[in-house]
Design a protein around this ligand. Sequence first.
Ligand code: MG
Ligand code: MG
Length: 255
Amino acid sequence: MRRRGASLPRRSDDQLRDMRAAGHVVAEMHEAIRAAARPGVRTLALDAVAREVLSRRNATSNFLGYHGFPAVICASVNDELIHGIPSGRILVEGDLLSVDCGAIINGWHGDAAFSMAIGSTSPQTLRLIETAERALAAGIWAMVPGGHLGDIGAAIDEVVSLAGYGSPHDYCGHGIGQAMHEEPDVENRGRRGRGPMLEPGVVLAVEPMLIAGGIDDVHELDDGWTIVTADGSLAAHVEHTVLVGAHGPEILTRL
Ligand code: MG
Ligand code: MG
């Protein structure tokens, strides 16, 4: 736990050059996975797509081997919120797929996630995905110099709560740099004006997690990784690695 008001690390121009490069690789992985994800495809095949991008860009994975995680992406389907292990599971029309992945360049990390519909899907699924994207955008727009860490969670929570969705208490965003997960926690709830100040050079991974059923409860499957909604309702997870720039937020994990 950080002291309130303790300052957050600020990255130098050289460090940001590597973080932008790592973020760019993550964005390329996302683009390739989105193009490959359709009905009939196994989630393990999407992991292979991501590995190809990493190897083409001479980047390494910060997911593979993380506490023993066996893949370079997390692929979470429908009621799976986060940390789904790629497998022989075949995606079917209407599924909601969330993919999280990252990359390391010269020791610096990027981390981002997206949710998408597989083929055509229900209005309820689309609304959940769109709300997740709006919550992420709201959190990112709060990342301005002079703002506070609590502004991010407050902005995200406003969108999620207003839509009637839930969000787990035990999982959240994080600082990122020479490790994927650094201080501080970037909660998906917060109070405006609270927490350390956001100054130019601060980089955070912001990641709203939405539960369609409106509850906040999740549990872990026997595989020791996959986090599912307790009520079996759909879940969405989106994330960007974002720099507090001198003039506003810069998304590092976007092409
Ligand atoms: Mg992530
Ligand atoms: Mg993350």
